[in-house]
Design a protein around this ligand. Structure first.
Ligand code: HXC
Ligand code: NAP
Length: 289
């Protein structure tokens, strides 16, 4: 049942939600579910052709209204234009899903300064640009708003080989908690989701290229022995965007099948011990007085 939709059909009715990076991968999955729940959705990213194709597909599948606006989240004028276009089409905006990201694996010593900055600019500064534009608008209009940021579990653990992304996502997590406290008084809720592995072309091509996908199979890192289903994330994102979560503010919700704890617990590697070996080990331990 884990790929079933969770909320009732009108859970996002009359809401307009802007999704950065909404044309592909997880952004597309979350946007599609928002539409099924009655929301209008604005999808943005750099590639207008991809957005337009996705928008047409989503409208056909859900019967909802989708506006596609090209926007590089690093460019403030383009971000302001998304807000303008969203208001022009739908009158009001109620939610912002900061989902756009850039990432690739690399030993950190191989990165140029520009490579490092590129990831920080997209993930941390891009999220800040969108958050500022929409937050200021809501504050000026005295209107409530919901900000949902997609981070990762290594936003709190850190991770080698994706260091710019870890720094940027860690910054987004700090922004999430900071603004929850500061902007709560304006009825702006700010939360985050930290997904574990959810296969998408964008992430897998850059994080598990070629043979890596087989050699470093994420399933084996997850206690539940599977990767996430897009609908599982969409269910959580829709709940966090909806009024059903209206008292949740400043939270980061992990949805990773237990992956990061599996990596963290000192003795979790003992999973490799077979029952026969446990018999011998138990004898050895019991004989130690
Ligand atoms: C080292 C690299 C590199 C690589 C790019 N660079 N790829 N350095 N190893 N593999 C360097 C370039 O040489 C350049 O530095 C700088 O980075 C910027 O590269 P550009 O190609 O000019 O940048 P741009 O066109 O802006 O593209 C951004 C991008 C690209 C991040 C590099 O991959 C992209 O567009 N990504 C968007 C989608 C994405 O990344 N999706 C995955 C999200 S997954 P120099 O010095 O040469 O100028 C995710 C999952 C987390 O976040 C957890 C999963 C489990
Ligand atoms: P994806 O399909 O590559 O999504 C990234 C999106 O960001 C793309 O639509 C891309 O579109 C957009 N984007 C990139 N740079 C941009 C920029 N400068 N301005 C505007 N948009 C930009 O990968 P995904 O797996 O769905 O990732 C979605 C989110 O989930 C990301 O925040 C990622 O960090 C997070 N996440 C994913 C996983 C996973 O397992 N998949 C795990 C943890 C967290 P354009 O190229 O058209 O700009």
């Amino acid at each position: 049942m884990y790929n079933q939709p969770m909320l009732r059909d009108d859970a996002l009715k009359e809401k307009t939600i802007v999704v950065t990076g909404g044309g592909t991968g997880l952004g597309k999955a979350m946007s599609t579910y928002f539409l099924k729940l009655g929301a209008n959705v604005v999808i943005t990213s750099r590639k207008l052709d991809v957005l337009q194709k996705t928008a047409a597909e989503m409208e056909q599948e859900t019967g909802g209204k989708v506006l596609a606006v090209s926007c590089d989240v690093r460019n403030n004028d383009e971000v302001e234009n998304v807000l303008k276009e969203a208001l022009k089409s739908f009158g009001e905006v109620h939610g912002l899903l900061n989902n756009a990201a850039g990432n690739f694996i690399s030993p950190t010593e191989r990165l140029s300064a520009n490579a490092f900055s590129t990831i920080i600019d997209i993930v941390l500064k891009g999220t800040a640009n969108c958050t500022l534009a929409f937050g200021k608008h809501w504050i000026k209009e005295k209107q409530a708003g919901t900000i949902l940021n997609i981070v990762t579990t290594y936003a709190f653990t850190g991770s080698g080989y994706v260091v710019p992304s870890a720094c940027a996502k860690g910054g987004v997590l700090a922004m999430t908690r900071s603004l929850a406290a500061e902007w709560g008084k304006y009825q702006i809720r700010t939360n985050a989701i930290a997904p574990g592995p959810f296969p998408t072309k964008g992430a897998w091509d850059r994080l598990l290229p070629g043979e890596m996908a087989k050699k470093f199979d994420f399933k084996n890192r997850v206690p539940l022995k599977r990767v996430g289903e897009h609908q599982e994330l969409a269910n959580l994102a829709a709940f966090m965007m909806s009024d059903f979560s209206s008292y949740i503010n400043g939270e980061v919700i992990t949805i990773d099948g237990g992956e990061w704890l599996q990596g963290a617990g000192q003795f979790n590697g003992l999973e490799a011990i077979t029952p026969d070996m446990w018999d011998k080990l138990e004898q050895m331990i019991r004989s130690t007085k």
